[in-house]
Design a protein around this ligand. Structure first.
Ligand code: ARG
Length: 460
């Protein structure tokens, strides 16, 4: 067995069980690109500061490039006995170029190294997730553009509430997604500070230039406090929190579309290309992708809880526990990307069943609140209007009819204020026309929302 990079003070190597339990290379090899990027920046800084020679730096850079090539060509052998991605790359570099490689870890610890890699990785991940969010927004706006004028029942308590334009409902999701992206971008601003040079926890007496490495890696600035730099994972928790909120949003979308695809609702028909069947019931066509979007939100939330629990009560500064921070992040990012992608694909592959929806609209007195507003416009206090309309609905329930089926005499018996013009407020189409407040489902307002999003997302 080869001696560990840290083997100097040890008389014997670790047991196989310990080695297997403590290694992280099996998953943190995902950081290889950022690890190499960080090492190249570090080596250049060491050379500029005169801590290593220019020719050593050149050897290191050439060697690291070759290692990256091998990794990407699938030729690199990852070794569990070399523990993690950092020592795998450093040891392989030593195998390849010899002495100069032994200078690379000058004024650096794996504690600041892993965080440099991880912050760079998360920064890229955020860009990728934000791109997926935007693609989903585009899918929603496109769906809205295709379904102009379609009215659907709006629900509260999953009971019929008021009529809304389908476009309005779809744009509600676009708004949620915009904040989801905003949270990620906020997180990116806060995470974009460089830990490199914090070393194990206390910094170094060697004359390094942390601003140089920070700049080279595209960070805003070096982290101010070396202990903070190697101990905190709040940027990870923030990313996982943002993902969790997005996941919760998507789980609600999943639920809505699963419901809408049911025989009972029948509002949407997903195409075969986004549906799956049953191994026993030949007739089945299930909306599995959206069920899994709903289901996978559990993983994303679980990943956040893992990180919160991991960090709770940890003393400063670095603790090996923190190695457990990677897999939940990898899982969360992969899962949320998948959820966003499949939701967009689903949105591109559903049709709204206009006839079915229109047939469903009359039920549930969706125009009742509009009728109350009518009475308010005639000078009746809202509370009184509410009561009059409540009694009108009760009459309809008794007669098994809709509000617009009541005669003017019947209405007048409930309130003398009712006039012929009341019928302009009744019926779902009329009711939806009456909305006019900012942010409402009124068609002028929805048109301006659509204009806002098509411009912002560059859709024509
Ligand atoms: N694999 C470790 C991690 O992910 C790297 C840092 C190890 N540092 C140490 N002192 N053992 O946290």
């Amino acid at each position: 067995k080869e001696t560990k990079l840290w083997g100097g003070r040890f008389e014997e190597g670790v047991t196989d069980v310990v080695e297997k339990f403590t290694e992280s290379v099996s998953f943190d090899k995902a950081l290889y690109k950022h690890d190499i990027m960080g090492s190249k920046a570090h080596a250049s800084m060491l050379a500029k500061q005169g801590l290593i020679s220019e020719s050593d730096k050149d050897c290191i850079v050439v060697g690291l490039n070759e290692i990256q090539r091998r990794i990407e060509a699938g030729e690199f052998v990852w070794r569990a006995d070399r523990e993690d991605v950092h020592m795998n790359i450093e040891a392989a570099l030593t195998d390849m170029i010899g002495e100069p490689a032994k200078k690379l870890h000058t004024a650096r610890s794996r504690n600041d190294q892993v965080l440099t890699d991880f912050r760079l990785w998360c920064r890229d991940a955020i860009d990728r997730i934000v791109e997926c969010i935007q693609n989903l927004q585009v899918a929603f706006v496109t769906l809205a553009l295709k379904n102009e004028g379609l009215i659907v029942p709006g629900y509260t308590h999953l009971q019929r509430a008021q009529p809304v334009l389908l476009q309005h409902l779809l744009l509600a999701y676009v708004e949620q997604l915009e904040r989801d992206a905003g949270r990620l971008l906020d997180c990116k601003v806060r995470l974009n500070f460089c830990p490199l040079g914090a070393c194990a926890l206390a910094g170094t007496g060697l004359a390094i230039d942390r601003f140089m490495t920070s700049d080279a890696l595209g960070f805003t600035a070096p982290l101010r406090n070396s202990i903070d730099a190697v101990s905190d994972r709040d940027f990870v928790i923030e990313l996982l929190s943002a993902n969790s909120i997005t996941a919760v949003h998507l789980s609600r979308l999943g639920e809505e579309w699963v419901l809408w695809a049911s025989e009972e609702f029948g509002f949407i028909t997903p195409s075969d290309s986004v549906s799956t069947g049953s191994s026993i019931m030949p007739q089945k066509k299930n909306p599995d992708p959206m069920e899994l979007v709903r289901g996978k939100s559990a993983r994303v939330i679980g990943d956040l809880v893992t990180l919160l629990t991991l960090c709770k009560g940890l003393p400063l500064a670095y603790n090996r526990d923190l190695q457990e921070d990677k897999e939940p992040v990898f899982d969360s990012v992969k899962t949320i990307v998948g959820m966003l992608e499949v939701s967009a694909e689903f949105a591109q592959n559903i049709t709204f069943n206009k006839e079915r929806i229109q047939k469903a609209l009359p039920a549930g007195y969706l125009d009742a609140t509009t009728l109350a507003d009518y009475l308010v416009k005639k000078g009746i206090p809202f509370r009184t209007s509410h009561d009059i309309v409540g009694r009108s609905v009760a009459l309809c329930v008794y007669k098994n009819c809709q509000l617009q089926d009541l005669s003017l005499d019947e209405m007048k018996s409930l309130s003398p204020v009712f006039e012929e013009d009341v019928y302009e407020f009744l019926g779902v189409e009329n009711a939806v026309q009456k909305f006019s407040s900012y942010g409402s489902t009124g068609s002028a307002c929805v048109t301006s929302q659509l204009y806002y999003w098509t411009t912002k997302l560059d859709i024509n």
